[in-house]
Ligand binder design. Structure first.
Ligand code: DNO
Length: 351
């Protein structure tokens, strides 16, 4: 495995120097944030990222994310222009030495939580999703002024309603068709430039606000991989996104797709799944802190010869740290160290 860490660029309170000091850290996961979704990234911005990362002795090999414009997901006529830009971005990051691109195909909302600072018994704070709170918020109702903390701040309230309204007639099958259209154009370019494309599962892995979500379980991942059946069309295995539903056996999923060579990137984090469909809370990485067996997942990857990138996913806020929810330094660094330990033990146990 290649240990990696997400960095939000110069504006990130966590510095590259901080990250470099985490044992075994080799790769930075980042993106260009200075242009709107759908535009072409400048070569200068990409080169600038690369230079900063390499100056700290690490490599820039994973992009998370090149975001997919809503017009592509909606299948609008304007999508061809955005797909052309997407392909151009793939070529440009490949020229800079990037090997893997993470993206998602979730309508309107990326990851969604109802609380960003839920206090755990030990005084740390974490991200949580309570179904009952989600049900009280409907972005399509004009008289509803409730909001959720994870929402994309780049949309005004009205724009959010408009874009969500455009999905009212979109079915899951429609979204599958639009995903296929996108992949048929983008994957050949990624093959040409040696980039592994890694779709991120929907988080949480079920429909919210009546919007379709399709990258949610093993059956749908099978269907996804068959849409364009080449190794470059792969997945980001996000343990927390799949694992927040008790129906997904994450270790079995990890084993299956690693054996097929279709997992290019892994987000490792633990969640506590609440009873009776009440939602979930993010927890420290250690297996005993949540529902997921992190050892079993790492072992499944190792046993099936996974050799891609892994990063510790969301951390809690601990030791008084404040900052971007889920993306502080301390708890993610503890996560990285734990992943190193698991991997070393599994590897040496195998000799
Ligand atoms: C959340 C992340 C996601 C992820 C995108 C990939 O913390 O895991 O926002 O980056 O879904 O496109």
């Amino acid at each position: 495995m290649k240990l990696s860490f997400r960095w939000y660029g110069k504006e990130d309170a966590v510095t590259l120097r901080n990250i470099r000091q985490i044992p075994g850290m080799s790769t930075i996961v980042s993106a260009v944030y200075d242009v709107p979704v759908g535009d072409v990234w400048s070569r200068e911005s990409i080169a600038d990222l690369k230079r900063q990362i390499e100056n700290e002795g690490m490599g820039f090999e994973v992009v998370e994310s090149i975001p997919v414009h809503e017009d592509i997901k909606l299948g609008k006529r304007t999508r061809d222009r955005y797909i052309a830009n997407y392909c151009e971005n793939i070529r440009r990051v490949a020229e800079a030495g990037v090997k893997c691109v993470c993206y998602n195909f979730m309508p309107v909302f990326d990851w969604t939580r109802t609380e960003l600072e839920h206090v755990l018994p030990d005084g740390s704070t974490t991200l949580a999703y309570y179904q009952e709170q989600v049900e009280r918020v409907d972005p399509l109702k004009s008289d509803n002024d409730l909001t959720l903390p994870g929402w994309d701040a780049s949309y005004s309230r009205e724009e959010l309603r408009q874009v969500a309204a455009e999905y009212q007639s979109m079915t899951e099958e429609g979204l599958w068709e639009n995903l296929q259209y996108f992949l048929e154009r983008v994957i050949p370019v990624s093959v040409e430039c040696g980039i592994n494309m890694a779709i991120h599962e929907d988080d949480p892995c079920w429909s919210i606000f009546g919007l379709p979500r399709i990258i949610t379980n093993e059956k749908n991942l099978d269907r996804f991989l068959r849409l364009v059946d080449v190794p470059n069309n792969g997945i980001t295995l996000c343990t927390g996104s799949l694992g927040c539903s008790g129906h997904n056996d994450v270790a079995a999923i990890a084993a299956k797709y690693a054996a097929m060579g279709r997992i290019h990137f892994v987000h490792m984090r633990n969640v506590a799944v609440l009873p009776r469909g009440e939602g979930f809370e993010e927890r420290a990485h250690l297996s005993s802190c949540g529902t997921l067996d992190m050892y079993a997942i790492m072992k499944a990857l190792y046993d099936n010869r996974f050799d891609g990138y892994i990063r510790p996913d969301h951390g809690r806020m601990i030791w008084g740290e404040t900052g971007r929810p889920g993306y502080g330094l301390y708890d993610r660094a503890l996560g990285a160290v734990y992943l190193n330990g698991l991997w070393e033990a599994i590897e040496k146990g195998d000799r």
